[in-house]
Write a protein that binds this ligand. Structure first.
Ligand SMILES: C[C@@H]1N[C@H](CNC(=O)c2cc3ccccc3[nH]2)[C@@H](O)[C@H](O)[C@@H]1O
Length: 450
């Protein structure tokens, strides 16, 4: 990356983040024991009127299972007899948790950073967090500092390590009101008391002191009475982690980059630095009810990653481990598929940037106008990379500015045969497999590098 985009607050975004392009989110908690939600749909594309009672986010089980008459409410009574949620902490054993295995897979998939939940909305900490007594995974359930275990494995493989913290919701230390509708979150779902603000600040500072996280990923905002603490906390963070980055979910207090989630807040994807997060399926926490129709396949995940990168963003793709610490096979398979694709395509993803505006027309055209194949572009200082999929007959006209690239230098990154020739409105390429759902990249030398 030759130029660090300025963040929304003017602090240059560290190059490691904008070059990373791909991170792995991990939502793992007591909610991974029931692992139960209705796979209703994606955030931003689902009717908010039904979202909470039919929440596809399995990590919201505490809330959803308390909405009288909801399917989760029925399930919790039928299967668990309505037992207290905290029983799930003691049922959570993580007996097969192998952080090195996870980190190996994440590294092979081309991820450059990993962000696990350290405390989600249920308030259960995955480290020996101050103020939690024994209500954490060190003293109960797994009886491990899961944050430290994953941080060590991830960093041993050269990946960066960040922390997710639910500052805005804590159904144990904060408000325990059941949230039935979006407009109820802010005024009675979220804790704003001074005691909770101090509690949350102490925990985030402890995360910084113990793990020096490369990303501070807060969620759902910060308690009103704690807002005045944040400038000092961020100053302390940057002093401890000079290349650290902070997301945008601190109620406007600060942001090094902006986020979107599934299809929500896509308007943030025009920022100088931004990140889209979503699960492999419709949930962040493991949901045993998700089927193949609810999950991205490898081609879908690769297209999502390439589309995000082609527009200057990062993808933070979530996996939801099972309570025993294994990754669900169907989610693991997607990461293995990305890993296989990355063996040839990493150079066209990491440390690239979008083409300049006007250098290419999004979506190419087929030679015979049958309808556009899927086309996205990235570039570095010397090359332009065309990712092509679904090109009927393996042919496509890539509409690019005349003179941008040298068709004679066309080469498929996976070594397959490709022919290219300049045409009036771009470059015609032809290659077997360009009609496949999984994108293939064709590299071109830039006619004028830089
Ligand atoms: C990663 C995901 N975040 C959810 C809460 N999302 C938001 O508060 C939120 C989405 C969003 C998108 C763009 C800008 C701000 C946003 N906040 C959580 O409720 C989910 O359990 C999960 O942890």
């Amino acid at each position: 990356m030759t130029d660090d985009p300025q963040s929304p607050t003017g602090r240059p975004v560290p190059a490691w983040f904008t070059d990373a392009k791909f991170g792995i989110f991990v939502h793992w908690g007591a909610y991974s024991v029931p692992a139960w939600a209705e796979p209703t749909g994606e955030l931003g594309a689902t009717d908010p009127e039904v979202w909470f009672a039919h929440n596809p986010y399995a990590e919201w089980y505490w809330n959803t299972s308390q909405i009288e008459g909801s399917p989760a409410w029925e399930h919790h009574r039928a299967v668990y007899g309505g037992r207290p949620y905290d029983d799930f902490l003691d049922l959570w054993r993580a007996e097969s948790f192998d952080p090195g295995d996870w980190a190996d897979l994440f590294a092979r998939a081309g991820a450059r950073y990993v962000v696990p939940t350290t405390k989600h909305h249920d308030g259960i900490a995955l480290w020996d967090a101050p103020g939690t007594g024994t209500r954490n995974t060190v003293h109960r359930g797994p009886r491990r500092d899961l944050v430290a275990d994953l941080a060590g494995a991830v960093r041993a493989r050269g990946l960066r390590f960040g922390v997710y913290y639910s500052g805005g919701l804590d159904w144990y230390a904060g408000r325990r009101a059941v949230i039935r509708h979006e407009d109820r979150i802010d005024d009675y779902g979220r804790p704003h008391e001074a005691a909770y603000a101090a509690y949350a600040l102490r925990q985030v500072r402890d995360l910084i002191d113990r793990y020096r996280p490369d990303v501070l990923w807060n969620d759902i905002g910060w308690p009103d009475l704690g807002m005045a603490d944040l400038p000092g906390m961020f100053a302390g963070y940057y002093a401890a982690v000079p290349e650290g980055v902070v997301n945008d979910r601190w109620d406007g207090a600060h942001a090094d980059y902006l986020t979107s989630e599934y299809q929500a807040n896509r308007q943030n994807e025009t920022a100088a630095a931004w990140e889209n997060c979503r699960g492999v399926g419709l949930s962040f926490g493991y949901n045993r009810n998700e089927g193949p129709e609810d999950l991205l396949d490898t081609a879908g995940a690769v297209r999502l990653l390439v589309d995000v990168v082609s527009r200057g963003g990062n993808l933070l793709l979530n996996v939801g481990p099972k309570a025993d610490g294994t990754l669900p096979e169907e989610q693991r398979a997607v990461l293995e598929g990305i890993a296989s694709w990355m063996t040839h395509h990493a150079a066209a993803v990491h440390a690239t940037r979008p083409l300049e505006p006007g250098d290419a027309v999004p979506g190419g055209e087929t030679a015979d106008g049958e309808g556009p194949p899927w086309v996205r572009w990235t570039r570095d200082d010397r090359h332009a990379y065309a990712f092509v999929a679904g090109a009927p007959g393996g042919e496509a006209v890539l509409k690019v500015r005349p003179g941008l690239l040298d068709p004679a230098t066309a080469a498929r990154l996976d070594g397959g045969p490709v022919s290219a020739a300049a045409v009036s409105d771009g470059v015609r390429v032809a290659s077997p497999w360009l009609d496949a759902p999984l994108p293939a990249a064709v590299r071109f030398s830039l006619a004028s590098p830089g």
